[in-house]
Design a protein around this ligand. Structure first.
Ligand code: URA
Length: 238
């Protein structure tokens, strides 16, 4: 692949902008400056640097972000900064999207990718990918609330009861709740329907992929094939 095209595919701007980067000596490939925008490289496994910042060619990117509170998952946020402001510009420019959304006040594991098939597979209701939340509640959690969440609660505007796939009381005012759907305010509405109220919500895992303990709020990390396999073995691409 031509170097300028390769850079474009990785989010470094238009073809003209990428050509400009190469022609001004700002791009090195495998450790050597290359100022020929039409130089051909095999992209798979290629390491390059732009302005000294190292990158590896990736056909698609898959990221885990520890979403902080006070950030919206939209590219055009209204009230708070966007989670995309936490990513390097090339990742935003190559069209990375959030895989489902978390509310502005929800924290924890958010996946992002530019692989549309992956987004579809993760968010399809048929796949029933489990999402695990730590829920802090306003009132003490009682057995009846846990039982209601497990047996199913009927939400406003929904015809069928929605069940938690798992629900464990963690403390007087906290729950660990697993849901397999991805509806608007789902956990908050379920907990309200069970007679309590969510005060704070933190997503700790999606399928078997846990939020890395070392990933501070606001930081992101690459996900590799082994990480993606943990999401839902056999059913997801990547
Ligand atoms: N359920 C909610 O209510 N909010 C979220 O952000 C995620 C799940």
């Amino acid at each position: 692949m031509e170097l300028e095209r390769l850079l474009r595919s990785q989010g470094f701007g238009s073809r003209a902008e990428c050509r400009g980067l190469v022609c001004t000596g700002r791009v090195s490939v495998e450790g050597r400056v290359c100022n020929d925008p039409l130089a051909q490289f095999e992209p798979e496994g290629l390491s390059f640097a732009v302005d000294g910042q190292p990158w590896a060619y990736r056909r698609f990117v898959y990221l885990a972000l520890n979403k902080p509170a006070g950030h919206e998952c939209s590219r055009r946020p209204i009230h708070y900064p966007s989670v995309f402001s936490l990513l390097p510009i090339p990742l935003v420019r190559r069209g990375v999207q959030a895989v489902g959304r978390l509310d502005a006040d929800t924290t924890g594991l958010l996946l992002l990718t530019d692989d549309g098939a992956f987004i579809h597979a993760c968010t399809s209701p048929r796949r029933m990918v489990p999402k695990v939340y730590e829920v802090s509640t306003r009132h003490a959690v009682d057995d009846g609330q846990v039982a209601a969440l497990l047996s199913g609660v009927v939400l406003h505007d929904e015809s069928q009861a929605i069940m938690a796939a798992a629900c464990d009381r963690q403390g007087e005012r906290s729950l660990r709740l697993t849901v397999t759907l991805g509806k608007y305010h789902l956990v908050k509405r379920m907990v309200a329907a069970a007679g309590n109220r969510v005060e704070a919500l933190h997503r700790v895992a999606i399928g078997g992929l846990a939020l890395p303990a070392t990933l501070a709020a606001g930081r992101w990390t690459w996900l590799e094939a082994a990480d993606l396999a943990l999401l839902a073995p056999r059913s997801l691409p990547g």
